[in-house]
Structure formats: C-alpha cells, structure tokens
Design a protein around this ligand. Structure first.
Ligand SMILES: Cc1ncc(COP(=O)(O)O)c(C=O)c1O
Length: 521
C-alpha cells in the first residue's frame, strides 16, 4: 500500500524515482524526481529534498507528473511532511497561475470604442498577486503575520522612513495619524478637544473627519485652481494660539508646497500630517511625499497607486509616534508584541502602570482609548507583490498624464488645465479639468457626454466639504473664503490616468473631449 509522501523506485531503471501525491484506489498520481544537478532549479516549480538513503540532493518538479499503478515500482523512502507541504503548495500555486492565464490575463486587452468602458482607476495585477494571495490563505494565519511583517519592512524601505505600519484602509490610516497626536504621551504637544487644525475643504472627507472625531476644530483654507492644493500664503493668517497641526492631502497626486508648509510648521511648532493616499511615488524637491512631515498616510483601495483591495499605511520617522500609532491601531494596548508572540519586552509580568497592581499582564494593559484597525495577511500578501510594481505604475501614470496634457493643452480657453506644483514630480491620481468661467458648456454637460460615451469621470471628491450634509452642525472655522473650493464643487471633474489605460484608451478620451468642445463653439 502506497501513501502520499512515499518515494518509489520505478521498475526497469535503477535511477528513476517518483513521489506519490495523490491516491485513487489502485492508481497513484506521482511527481517525477530528478537529481537536483540535472534540472534547472526554479523556486516556482521545484523543491529540493534530501533523503537518508541517497547522498545526492533530489529535486521534485511539480510540472512533471506520472500516473502509476501499485506494481510500477517499489517503496524506497518517505519524505518529511514539511517537504510534502511545500511541494503540494507549489502545485496549488502553479494551478492558480494557470487560472490567471486563462481567466484574468486577457481582461482589458482589446479596446472597442463602441463598447469598452474607460474606467478612471482599477486593479492592475498579474499572476504574482494571485499566487501570493493563495499562498497566504494556505497558511491560514489570517490575521497580521509574516506577509504583514514583510510588507511593513519593505514599504518603510521604499519610502525611506524608519517605520511603516499597515492598517485596514486609508481612512483608518488618517484616523490613526490624527488620534496619535491626541496622546497624553506627547505632553505639551498633545492635541486636545477645541484645538485647531489647518486643512482644506476641497478633498476627501476622511482627511478631515479624524479631526472632528477627536473633538478638534478644522480650519479651512482655500485651494489654488490648477494645482488644487492649499494656498500656503494664507496659512499664517489662519493660525491662532489654539492651532496645533496642519493635515492636508497631496491633491490628486500633486504635492502641496511642502517646503513652505514645513517652514511654517517649524515656526509655530505645529504637527504636519501628509495625507499621501493619492500620491504614492510623487516627489517634492526630489524626496517622496508622505515623508516630509511628521506622519504620512497611504490608501491601498483599488483606484490608488497600488492596491490590497482594502488597506492603508501610516508612516513616520519618530519612534514615539510609531509606538503611539501602533497602540491606537491595536486596541489601545501598551504591549507591542505581534500576533501570536508573548513577552518580547521580557517583563510581561513586571510592569506597574496606571493604578493597576504591580505585575498585571502587560498584554492586557491599555495606554490609549484605541481601536482595532489591523489588516489581514491576505491583504498584506497582495501588497507585497503590488509594491514591486509601484515604479512601473508611477511611470505609466506620468506617461498617461503627459499624453492627455499634450492632447488637450490647446483647450485652455475652455478649461483650467492641471498644473504640477513647482519643484514637484507628481505621480498623478487623475487628470483634472475645471470648466472656465464663461465657457459655452457646463461641467454637468461634458460629464454626461463623457459618461454616455463610456468614459468614467469623477469629482474632486466632496467638492466643498462644508457644504456636505455631514458637516451641518460640525464645529469648524473658515479662514478667509472658499471661493476656489466652491468653483471646484461646481466646475471641476477628472478622468483617469491609471496604469490600466492604454494609449488607445487615452486617445479615445482626448478625441471625445475635443469633439464635445468643438460641438459647442
Ligand atoms: C486623499 C484621500 N485620503 C483618504 C482616502 C481614504 O482611503 P480609503 O478609501 O482607503 O479609506 C482617500 C480615498 O480614496 C483619499 O482620496
């Protein structure tokens, strides 16, 4: 009787072996085994094994399969369950790769202008993300584990920061970033209810809502048309003794003027949180955005610069902020042991904190009113592969933006065209167009026309946050006016530049925008 994991010596040749991987009454599925030196080794398809009966290393090739009957050979040895697990895992992953090739690879390949939708953003992936996802599911660790650790390390390296922490969304990343600044551990720099935070109203709600959720007061400043970023010259006049932080996003991937913002922050001792959710890969003065301020945040929701489905990250160079962010993320606890680990501080039962008795388990000691905003292994596993693609994604975004710009740049009479901030190199999220005052058409007319032609459009998120129903009754302050923010709410829309857009699709978008404008003049 043969079992899975048995090595049999095949009849008729003294040097041929096979490894049983599947039993079916009297027939068996088996992998061919080679001498390792005879087969070109590939991590994707081979596992090297050592068995006590032989001196040489053998290699099991999961692509080379046989079907045997029990009389085709004799039992020779058995491999370890660990090696068998590795081999069966590679076989499953190879099947996943085949599945990708058959059912996913050709999606979006052919463009039919009469039928194919042109989305503004979406997932761009290949078999590697699918393999990684299934690999993590086979571990069945589920919560943060080895992929989480790998991603956090590699993401910090990519950004050039000391610490990066994964969380389950960009909104959670913003919530963690801001909540961290309310920690009593920050002493006189702690943000308290009623303190003010400089921000903008033209953007995504969850850049601002953490300020409100923590009882602080958002102070809105207008943005510039064209760059769509905070008007830095208006920041100082908005500052009062209550001002504690500046929290703004790099709009649509276009960096705000980080040099000036950091200078003002240093002058008034303010925290700077960069919402980098739409700007991964953008640079200001040659340095990645998200890494200039005290804390940066990312989103990995599908239209963003890389994806995990749902996911986000918070990053900083400050060790104290890192430990506070981690605490808020992980239930508010004081202990920093990763899932499944105990006593990494070597004094789990040796602390005395709050009015808890000496020696109360550190694992169950809480220093913040926290959350659980952790990510699963499956998300992190996808992220590990997506991160490798960020440099090519960035190139594609820039190239698509450039192509759109070239195709539309003579339409300045009708639209305010997007403009990169000085000293910046944006990895664009979208291509923004603002219909000029006095144009012969409205934003709604062109948006409806493009959508009817299957070209997806988006607004600059909330337009003017202060006009959203959610902000009725919220304690905020407007410094100066929000004239441009209102103009954006009325007249701005965007089309996509994401890496899934081919030149053909971009040219189609250009031609449709041009033909619409021509039909109106
Ligand atoms: C600037 C900005 N910040 C934060 C977020 C929130 O990210 P998430 O959707 O991952 O919660 C978004 C979302 O798209 C965003 O555009």
């Amino acid at each position: 009787m043969l079992n899975i994991g048995d090595i049999i010596k095949l009849n008729g040749n003294s040097n041929l072996y096979a490894l049983i991987y599947e039993e079916n009454s009297n027939s068996f599925g088996a992998y061919n085994i080679f001498e390792a030196s005879a087969s070109p080794f590939s991590e994707k398809h081979h596992v090297e094994i050592q068995i006590p009966e032989l001196d040489n290393t053998l290699s099991v090739d999961i692509r080379s399969k046989l079907y045997l009957n029990s009389g085709d050979g004799t039992l020779f040895s058995t491999i370890s369950p660990e090696n068998m697990e590795k081999i069966l895992r590679l076989d499953i992953l190879a099947k996943v790769e085949g599945y990708y090739e058959k059912f996913h690879a050709d999606k979006n390949k052919n463009f039919d202008p009469e039928a194919t939708p042109v989305s503004y953003g979406g997932r761009v992936y290949d078999e590697k993300e699918m393999r990684s996802l299934v690999d993590s599911s086979l571990d069945f660790w589920l919560t943060a584990g080895r992929y989480n650790k790998q991603f956090e390390k590699e993401y910090a390296e990519f950004l050039g920061v000391r610490y990066a922490l994964l969380t389950n969304s960009g909104s959670s990343a913003n919530l963690l970033a801001f909540s961290a600044l309310t920690s009593p551990k920050l002493k006189d720099r702690q943000i308290k209810p009623g303190d003010e935070v400089i921000t903008v109203a033209a953007g995504f709600p969850t850049t601002v809502t953490p300020i409100v959720q923590n009882g602080a007061v958002p102070v809105f400043i207008d943005v510039e048309l064209g760059t769509y970023n905070i008007i830095v010259d208006r920041i100082e006049e908005a500052i009062t003794p209550k001002t504690k932080a500046i929290m703004v996003a790099h709009t649509m991937g276009n960096p705000f003027e980080l040099d000036k913002v950091m200078e003002i922050a240093a002058k008034y001792n303010l925290w700077v949180v960069e919402d980098n959710c739409d700007a991964l890969g953008s640079k200001f003065n040659g340095k990645l955005t998200g890494t200039h301020g005290h804390i940066g945040t990312s989103s990995f929701y599908p239209p963003h610069h890389m994806t995990m489905g749902e996911g986000g990250a918070v990053y900083t160079n400050n060790a104290l902020l890192k430990s506070i962010i981690e605490s808020f993320r992980d239930w508010g606890r004081d202990c920093w042991c990763p899932s499944g680990c105990d006593n990494t501080c070597n004094k789990r039962f040796g602390w005395e904190l709050g009015s808890l008795p000496y020696g109360y388990d550190h694992k169950y000691t809480y220093s913040h009113i926290g959350y659980n905003l952790r990510v699963t292994e499956m998300q992190a596993a996808i992220g590990v592969e997506q991160l490798k693609k960020v440099p090519t994604f960035t190139q594609a975004r820039k190239e698509n933006f450039r192509r759109l710009y070239e195709g539309l740049k003579d339409l300045g009479e009708h639209f305010i065209l997007p403009r990169a901030t000085e000293n910046s190199d944006p990895s664009w999220f979208g291509f923004m167009l603002t219909v000029q005052d006095g144009a012969k058409f409205t934003k709604n007319e062109i948006v409806e026309y493009l959508e009817a032609n299957r070209i997806q459009t988006r607004m600059l998120f909330a337009g003017n946050l202060t006009r959203q129903p959610a902000f009725v009754g919220v304690n905020y302050r407007i410094s100066g006016d929000l004239k441009n923010t209102d103009k954006i709410m009325h007249d701005t829309f965007l089309v996509g530049v994401y890496p899934g857009l081919t030149h053909e699709k971009i040219d189609y978008v250009i031609s449709k925008i041009r033909s619409f404008v021509l039909s109106k003049i």
